[in-house]
Design a protein around this ligand. Structure first.
Ligand SMILES: Cc1cc2nc3c(=O)[nH]c(=O)nc-3n(C[C@H](O)[C@H](O)[C@H](O)COP(=O)(O)OP(=O)(O)OC[C@H]3O[C@@H](n4cnc5c(N)ncnc54)[C@H](O)[C@@H]3O)c2cc1C
Length: 231
């Protein structure tokens, strides 16, 4: 898996702090942006994060290059609607020698791994055979969820909070969890205070909302009767 923060709003923490401060200030955002001391930026961000007043965090965006992941993962990723995506197309890019992702559970068992690898080879052969007669957009129907893909994703910070809460959680599948944790590392490099408390509720609130699906890392929140589906 390859994850890189390609771009982001310049000075994201100051931008969010200025937007938050504007709500209570007679001074305009442009003056606030340049006038806020670093200490004040830190104080405003801490207040936002603690109080859950998240709308000012929508003003900053982060764009990621994501490669070496499965189509199973990107199907889960694009369910996060408050984001923008551009994905390598299987209509236009021919998969004549496609790479694929092998789940660690399969890789750990030599017999299963052999079966898996043989299946991928058979799929490749069928795809190449189909390509002789039909366009790539139709040949791709035989391709597996394991197929490697590349995607660019842009999230604002508020949507990233939601993404990290759901996908850095141990209930998320291993591949998207690895992606979410890598994306969190990337944004923490450029906006450590903004994302200090981004993650699953066991890390941010000390309680778990996953009910019977809880991994047991933190005590259950009192209202957590049921978690999300099983995906
Ligand atoms: C562990 C796990 C298991 C899952 N299992 C399943 C499964 O079995 N089947 C399945 O189909 N999905 C499953 N999902 C996907 C899940 O249901 C969500 O679709 C996905 O996590 C995106 O979350 P989201 O809607 O909060 O994100 P976004 O789409 O980015 O939305 C962010 C927030 O914006 C608001 N919002 C967005 N759109 C609307 C809207 N139309 N109306 C009102 N509010 C809106 C909501 O507050 C939402 O939380 C699973 C997810 C996880 C983490």
């Amino acid at each position: 898996m390859f994850v890189k923060l390609l771009n982001h709003t310049p000075d994201p923490e100051r931008t969010v702090a200025a937007a938050a401060r504007l709500c209570y200030s007679p001074v305009g955002a442009a003056d606030l942006f340049t006038g806020l001391s670093d200490k004040e930026v830190a104080r405003l961000l801490a207040h936002l994060v603690e109080s859950g007043h998240e709308s000012p965090t929508e003003h900053v965006t982060f764009t990621f290059a994501i490669e070496g992941v499965s189509r199973a993962l990107t199907h889960q990723l694009v369910r996060h609607r408050i984001a923008s995506y551009s994905q390598q197309s299987q209509r236009y890019v021919r998969e004549e020698s496609f790479d694929y992702i092998t789940p660690p559970s399969v890789a750990a068992d030599p017999a299963l791994k052999e079966r898996f690898t043989a299946t991928m080879a058979a799929v490749q052969s069928a795809y190449n055979e189909l390509l002789k007669s039909v366009p790539p957009e139709d040949a791709r129907y035989v391709l597996p969820n394991a197929c490697e893909t590349k995607i660019v994703a842009t999230f604002n910070a508020r949507s990233l909070y939601n993404f990290f809460k759901l996908r850095c959680c141990r209930r998320a599948q291993w591949e998207i969890r690895a992606l979410a944790c890598a994306m969190r590392e990337e944004v923490r490099r450029v906006a450590p205070r903004l994302f200090a408390l981004a993650g699953p509720s066991c890390e941010t609130e000390g309680v778990c909302h996953e009910g019977r699906f809880s991994c047991g890392r933190a005590p259950l929140a009192s209202h957590s009767g049921k978690g999300q589906g099983v995906e």
